[in-house]
Design a protein around this ligand. Structure first.
Ligand code: HEM
Length: 703
């Protein structure tokens, strides 16, 4: 008998002759409504379970256009993934400007206080393929497409304010070296291998970036906890044509937070989509991630006063030297409707700028201006990819460009060129240029330099490769310094070529002799002589703003974080509810974890459903843990390796552990040596707002 399953589908479910399931529009209709499955030509399909055959067991007929179209489309579902930044997660949102920036820029987006501009932001890792994991040690891409009234502006940055190379001509070499090695096809999404470090060891200009890349910045806890940087110096140009140099900074409202390396490795196994899931779920539950956009604005005189070149993308201007002016905020408040249509097909391009913003002569930026459009033609298959909804500007687009693969528009009339005089015959003449509102390239500095000869050289002002690397290392919290040194030991331990390790050590000596010594000891290698530096290394003042721990964005908070609450049969319902309420009030998300996903029978006889099964939710998935166990429940878990590991890892990853007195045997079995981060349930929510860095030397041998 057909079954009407109206609650879930509104369709009738009936078995076919071979026992297969057919979900069908009810025979009684309505047949004029939506809900009918069709081919791409709009032909309604009567059977989506069986091919057209000659006889029930006979050969398939070539005329089965329903089958052929379906399989044809499926066969072509994959498109080339991005050559870099292939794995990404994205969301829609808006930018809201705080005040008019008319004195700096004529960009429409920055004129009217409080005005919102829609945007689409994609975060990514760099080296791994589209199907790789979320938590390798890697730079995170931070690309924002602003759909302004004057056209699309793309700010295509990273979560690190500097880059590996100074000249775009080295980009293919850099990426070849970090990707899977050419002959063996591994490692995936990892820089810890010979070819990457071989290249780096020969590129002293990468030293500053290597300091950032080996720091905790490249193992962020979530995508909601990263900063973003435009990296290059750009220009803002006001209505009078006056230009000002700017650097763009995104500051996360939830602060900066990282994982420990051991934690990142374990997350990769427990949930390869950890950061993608986190972003998606936060937005789904209305916990919208937010960043503040700020600028460092400066003139040529200031630029000339700096001991480094502002056109060099391996340098920062420390916030202590030039404070950041907040200019607006970005809120991500809507997930994509379709991953492929939006996250995959979005095409960011640093060349997409709007009147009021302009490039500089940064040689890395200049090369990027060519690369993106070129690669996107290959990736998206047509010059018309700007018409894909996620890429299409939300302002009028009118020109005489025509035709091409996958042209979606149907321009009318004869005017596909200009100048034309078709208007005189009463016909449509099409759009025309506008010297008043059209994009004008800023007449910036370096005009004199541009009049020089054609030179394939690197500017001498780019020659200091070590002073800022030293400044960065010396600005870090001691725990971060130890992580950085250990990361170098880890990566170089995976490098089989000894001469490469020696060359890296020789470069590190220029950064900081103590760092080089720690890494050499960690590798059990003697220290070589320092490599030559093109210019003397300088001791700049430290920049505490680059720190995570105890830095300006190290917020003691539970907001936006997650807490794993372990329960088992016999747990106390009242204590549990009180804790859950406190976690919720602190702005965090409680994840109820039990040995079985169906839940646990609490002491009062009630059944509490779990959010996750213990074996499938190790403590690396959460920011702090609470053990709400009864004596009996705890006793049972003493025989469960997942429970012991849960506690052991939480302790080893320096997380707060709240617990009932009855949970003590589990702490003991997990080797927990109580400290100020191991507390009773009453003190837990406060304790859970931070990690316990002082614990680290007791649980880990760091370099
Ligand atoms: C400051 C230096 C750089 C930054 C911050 C940067 C950032 C990014 C980001 C965030 C993406 C991913 C965009 C997305 O989510 O779709 C990306 C993609 C890409 N980048 Fe870069 N990049 C840099 C340097 C370069 C250079 C020097 C080149 C080449 C000369 C380059 C070529 C590419 C290419 C080809 C893609 C793939 C684009 C696509 O398929 O849509 N990048 N970059």
């Amino acid at each position: 008998m057909p079954k009407v399953d109206s609650k879930t589908t509104g369709f009738e479910t009936r078995p076919g002759k071979g026992g297969e399931t057919h979900q069908q529009v009810p025979k009684s209709g309505p047949h004029d409504a939506e809900g009918h499955l069709t081919t791409n030509q709009g032909i309604r399909v009567s059977d989506n379970q069986n091919q057209l055959k000659a006889g029930a067991r006979g050969p398939v007929l070539l005329e089965d256009f329903v089958l052929r179209e379906k399989i044809f489309h499926f066969d072509h579902e994959r498109i080339p993934e991005r050559i870099v930044h292939a794995r990404g997660s994205a969301a829609h949102g808006f930018f809201e400007v705080y005040e008019s920036l008319a004195e700096l820029t004529s960009a429409d987006i920055f004129q009217r206080p409080g005005e919102r501009t829609p945007l689409f932001t994609r975060f990514s890792t760099v080296a791994g393929g589209a199907g790789s994991v979320d938590t390798p040690r890697d730079v995170r891409g931070f690309a924002v497409k602003f759909y302004t009234k004057d056209g699309n502006w793309d700010l295509v940055g990273n979560n690190i304010p500097v880059f590996f190379i100074q000249d775009a001509i080295k980009f293919p070499d850099l990426i070849h070296s970090v990707k899977m090695e050419a002959d063996r096809g591994y490692p995936q999404a990892a820089s810890a291998h010979d070819t990457f470090w071989d290249f780096i060891s020969l590129m002293p200009e990468s030293t500053h970036m290597i300091m950032w890349a080996m720091s905790d910045r490249t193992i962020p806890r979530t995508l909601r906890n990263i900063e973003g940087f435009g990296i290059h110096t750009f220009q803002m140009v006001n209505a009078k044509g006056k230009s000002t140099f700017v650097k763009f900074h995104w500051k996360p409202k939830l602060g900066l937070a990282s994982t420990l390396w051991d934690e990142a490795v374990k997350i990769a196994g427990a949930d390869p989509d950890f950061q993608r899931r986190d972003l998606f779920e936060a937005i789904e539950r209305g916990d919208f991630p937010e960043w503040e956009l700020g600028i460092q604005a400066f003139d040529e005189k200031f630029a000339d006063s700096l001991p480094y070149d502002v056109l060099d993308p391996t340098k920062i201007i420390p916030e202590e030297v030039l404070p950041i002016r907040p200019i607006g905020r970005m809120v991500l408040d809507r997930n994509p409707d379709n991953f492929f249509a939006e996250t995959e097909q979005v095409a960011y391009c640093p060349a997409n700028i709007v009147p009021g913003i302009d490039f500089t002569n940064d040689p890395l930026l200049q090369g990027r201006l060519f690369s993106y459009l070129d690669t996107q033609l290959k990736r998206l298959g047509s010059t018309n990819f700007h018409q894909i909804p996620i890429n299409a500007p939300k302002c009028p687009v009118m020109n005489f460009q025509r035709d091409g693969h996958m042209q979606m528009l149907t321009p009318k009339g004869r005017a596909n060129y200009e100048p034309n005089s078709l208007g005189e015959a009463g016909e449509e003449t099409g759009p025309r240029e506008c010297p008043v509102t059209g994009f004008e390239t800023a007449i910036g500095r370096d005009v004199a330099e541009e009049q020089g000869g054609k030179l394939r050289i690197r500017a001498e002002s780019f020659a200091d490769h070590y002073s800022q690397a030293r400044m960065f290392f010396r600005s870090l919290h001691p725990a971060e310094q130890a992580h950085l040194a250990s990361a170098l030991v880890f990566e170089l331990s995976k490098v089989g070529l000894e001469h490469v390790r020696i060359r890296v050590l020789a470069n590190l000596l220029n950064v900081d002799p103590d760092l080089a010594k720690r890494v050499a000891e960690g590798l059990a290698m003697p220290l070589p002589k320092a490599s030559p530096s093109a210019v003397p290394v300088q001791d700049f003042d430290p920049s505490p703003a680059v720190r995570i721990i105890n830095g300006p964005l190290d917020l003691d908070t539970l907001a936006g974080r997650s807490v794993g609450v372990l329960i088992a049969d016999g747990s106390d319902a009242k204590a549990l509810d009180k804790l859950l309420k406190a976690i919720d009030s602190a702005g965090a998300r409680a994840v109820l974890i039990a040995p079985k996903v169906g839940g646990a029978t609490l002491a009062d006889g009630s059944i509490r459903k779990a959010d996750a099964q213990l074996a499938g939710c190790p403590s690396v998935m959460v920011d702090a843990v609470a053990l709400v166990l009864s004596k009996e429940g705890c006793k049972t878990l003493l025989g469960e390796a997942a429970a012991i590991q849960f506690v052991m890892d939480a302790f080893g990853h320096l997380k707060a552990i709240g617990h009932t007195p009855e949970s003590a045997p589990l702490l003991e079995k997990a080797g927990v040596e109580p400290d100020e981060g191991v507390v009773d349930l009453a003190g837990f929510v406060e304790a859970a707002k931070t990690r316990y860095w002082d614990r680290e030397p007791k649980v880990r041998m760091l370099a």
